[in-house]
Ligand binder design. Structure first.
Ligand SMILES: [Zn+2]
Length: 147
């Protein structure tokens, strides 16, 4: 037996396999976390000063790092808890923002090529209420402009 083969001990091979397994797990988790391109919907009620309130919808992607860390611990890489809501610029009020990952009932996907969404009942009620307030404010402004 050659001298180089004698250096391989059972302990050494086990340590090598352990390191390879850890590297393989980290690489596989990073690949899985990066390959998930699950665009999903956020619905909200948009309110901004001097603008009429409206409901809106936006597509959002899941951030990489939360998926990676959870995948590293053996937890699912997709699902609720991966999005941060209210991440819009200051000055814009995106009220009652709802993420599809946490509220799957807001999205409607009958097949892979068709997608729809709906706002929650609370969002619809808030939008109507804000529109009433805005209209009342406009009426008061018209009264004051008449003087
Ligand atoms: Zn989301």
């Amino acid at each position: 037996m050659s001298r180089s083969l004698k250096r391989f001990t059972v302990r050494g091979v086990m340590a090598l396999l352990f390191v390879l397994a850890v590297l393989l797990h980290v690489g596989r988790t990073a690949y899985r976390a990066a390959s998930i391109r699950d665009k999903h919907f956020h619905t909200y009620v948009l309110s901004r000063e001097h603008e009429f309130p409206a409901s809106g919808v936006a597509a959002a992607g899941s951030p990489f790092w939360p998926r990676f860390w959870r995948g590293l611990l053996g937890m699912p890489c997709a699902g609720p808890g991966f999005c941060r809501v209210n991440r819009f610029p200051p000055g814009w009020a995106y009220l009652l923002e709802t993420c599809e990952l946490e509220h799957p009932e807001i999205a409607w996907r009958p097949n892979p090529y068709t997608v729809g969404w709906s706002h929650t009942q609370a969002q619809k009620e808030l939008e109507e209420r804000l529109k009433e307030i805005y209209a009342a404010r406009e009426r008061v402004q018209v009264l004051f402009d008449g003087f």
